[in-house]
Write a protein that binds this ligand. Structure first.
Ligand SMILES: [Cu+2]
Length: 118
């Protein structure tokens, strides 16, 4: 899929600056997100399943291996996200299976809800 390729390519550049913003900087991502995210409040976003690969509490970032996210035109992949609130990381450990909700904060995809799965 072309969006997957774009994501892979542009991941290289932003990593020098802000690795967490990689997905959010994909061209046309805003347009597509607008189409699919009717009334883009956090509570309307679908739950996405994933697994925690890395936790960066200092920079408030979380690396997740996530399933495909059609709403934001992403294939399944491992990537870093910003976390909306540090409290979301409490009780979360590397290797945990989680579900989470994403929303755009500014132009960045941000984890706005996070729950550990049994
Ligand atoms: Cu991704």
């Amino acid at each position: 899929m072309s969006s997957f390729l774009i994501h892979r390519v542009i991941t290289i550049l932003p990593m020098l600056l802000l690795s967490a913003a990689a997905c959010a900087q994909a061209p046309a991502a805003d347009d597509h997100a607008g189409h699919h995210a009717s009334g883009s409040s956090a509570t309307n976003q679908a739950w996405i399943h994933g697994e925690v690969r890395r936790i960066d509490a200092d920079t408030n970032k979380l690396t997740l291996r996530h399933e495909a996210i059609p709403q934001f035109e992403m294939e399944a992949m491992t990537m870093a996200f910003r976390v909306a609130r540090p409290a979301l990381l409490e009780g979360i450990a590397v290797g945990d299976k989680v579900r989470f909700r994403l929303d755009k904060v500014g132009s960045r995809l941000t984890v706005v809800e996070l729950q550990k799965l049994p």
